[in-house]
Ligand binder design. Structure first.
Ligand SMILES: Nc1nc(O)c(N)c(N[C@@H]2O[C@H](COP(=O)(O)O)[C@@H](O)[C@H]2O)n1
Length: 303
C-alpha cells in the first residue's frame, strides 16, 4: 500500500479469510489492540502497537504521548488520545499508513517468533480486521450478507504486506533492523525516534531456546554506521543445537547447517587423551560459528 492515494474498498469473503475482531480469537494477535507484543522505542517500553501508533499522532505533545503510553490497555491508550485529536500532527492523513507499517515492522522485529508464527499461520489467505464501523483500517460486515466484509481493510492489507516481507526476509538484517521513518518530527518525548536494532536480542533469544547459554560467547562487533554495514556475531554454539534450530525452522532446506563431521570425533580423541568420558565429549561438540546479518540477505550461519 502506498500512502497519499485514495484507497479502494474491497470485498472479502469472511469464510475464506483470516478474520480478527477480538484479541483473544485465533488471529486476535494481529490486532494492534492485542496485548502480549511489547515494544521498545528509544529504550522506552511500549505495551502495544496501538499505543505506539497513537503516540505518533502527537509528536509535539510529549505529555499526551506519556498519557497514551502509560495506559495498560491498548484500547485505553487509543481513547485517552481522543480529547487531543485536533492537535494531531497536520500531515497525519498523509503519514498514518507509513507510521502503521513502521509500527508493524517494529512489532515483528521485537516479537519475532510469536508474531512471525501468527503471520505464518495465515498462509496466503486474506487477512481482514472485522470492524463494526471502521471501514478504513478494517472492513465492515455487509448488512445483507454477513459473510461478506467490505472496506479498505488497510490494517489487514499492511499485515499481508508484512507477511510477505517476513516470508522473503526471514532471518535477515531487514527483519531485525527497522529504520526510523524519514518524515518530519518523528519524535518520542521530544527526541527523534532511533533505529530499532533487534539483532543482539534475537541472538540472545536463540541462546535461551537452544539451552546452551553457558556455551555461547558472543563477540559483537558493530561498525560505526550500523545501518550501512553488516554486523558479525561470533558464537561458540554447540553444533547439535544449531542444527536443531535450523531443522526446526520451516526454512530448514535453505538454512540447515551441516555438522562438521570431523569435530566430534576429534573431540572424542582429545577427550580420551585427557580421560574425559567420550559420551560427554560428544554432547559438548561445538564449533566456531559466525552468524552474519547482511542487508537484504538472509541471515546465514557460516562455518
Ligand atoms: N475503536 C476501535 N476498536 C477496535 O476494537 C479496533 N480494533 C479499532 N481499530 C484500530 O484503531 C486503530 C486506528 O485508530 P484511529 O484511526 O486512530 O481511530 C488501528 O489500530 C485500528 O486497527 N478501533
Amino acid at each position: 500500500m502506498e500512502p497519499n492515494r485514495k484507497y479502494d474498498s474491497k470485498v472479502y469473503d469472511a469464510e475464506q479469510s483470516c478474520v480478527f475482531r477480538k484479541t483473544k480469537e485465533q488471529f486476535g494477535g494481529l490486532s494492534n489492540m492485542a496485548s502480549g507484543f511489547p515494544l521498545r522505542i528509544n529504550n522506552i517500553p511500549i505495551l502495544s502497537s496501538e499505543a505506539l501508533y497513537q503516540a505518533c499522532r502527537f509528536p509535539s505533545l510529549p505529555d499526551v504521548q506519556s498519557k497514551i503510553l502509560n495506559q495498560r490497555s491498548p484500547m485505553t491508550a487509543k481513547m485517552v488520545g481522543k480529547p487531543f485529536r485536533e492537535d494531531t500532527r497536520a500531515d497525519w492523513e498523509d503519514v498514518r499508513i507509513k507510521i502503521m507499517r513502521w509500527c508493524l515492522k517494529v512489532k515483528l522485529a521485537q516479537n519475532y517468533f510469536e508474531f512471525g508464527k501468527l503471520l505464518e499461520s495465515t498462509f496466503d489467505k486474506q487477512i481482514v480486521e472485522d470492524s463494526s464501523k471502521d471501514d478504513f483500517w478494517g472492513a465492515v460486515r455487509d448488512k445483507s450478507d454477513n459473510d461478506k466484509l467490505i472496506g479498505v481493510n488497510a490494517l489487514g492489507r499492511l499485515l499481508m504486506e508484512i507477511r510477505h516481507f517476513y516470508n522473503e526476509h526471514r532471518f535477515s538484517y531487514n527483519m531485525f533492523v527497522v529504520e526510523p521513518l524519514s518524515i518530519p518530527d518523528f519524535l518520542l518525548f521530544g527526541h527523534p525516534i532511533q533505529v530499532v536494532d533487534e539483532r543482539i536480542n534475537f541472538i540472545s533469544h536463540l541462546e535461551r531456546i537452544m539451552h546452551c547459554k553457558e556455551a555461547i560467547k558472543i563477540n559483537y562487533t558493530v561498525k560505526p554506521s550500523i545501518l550501512s554495514e553488516e554486523v558479525v556475531i561470533i558464537s561458540d554454539i554447540p553444533t547439535s543445537s544449531l542444527n536443531t534450530l535450523f531443522i526446526k525452522d520451516k526454512t530448514a532446506s535453505t538454512k540447515k547447517v551441516a555438522a562438521p563431521k570431523d569435530k566430534p570425533a576429534k573431540r572424542k580423541r582429545e577427550a580420551k587423551k585427557v580421560g574425559e568420558p567420550a559420551e560427554k565429549a560428544k554432547g559438548k561438540a561445538t564449533r566456531k560459528s559466525s552468524v552474519r546479518f547482511l542487508k537484504d540477505q538472509p541471515m546465514l550461519p557460516l562455518s
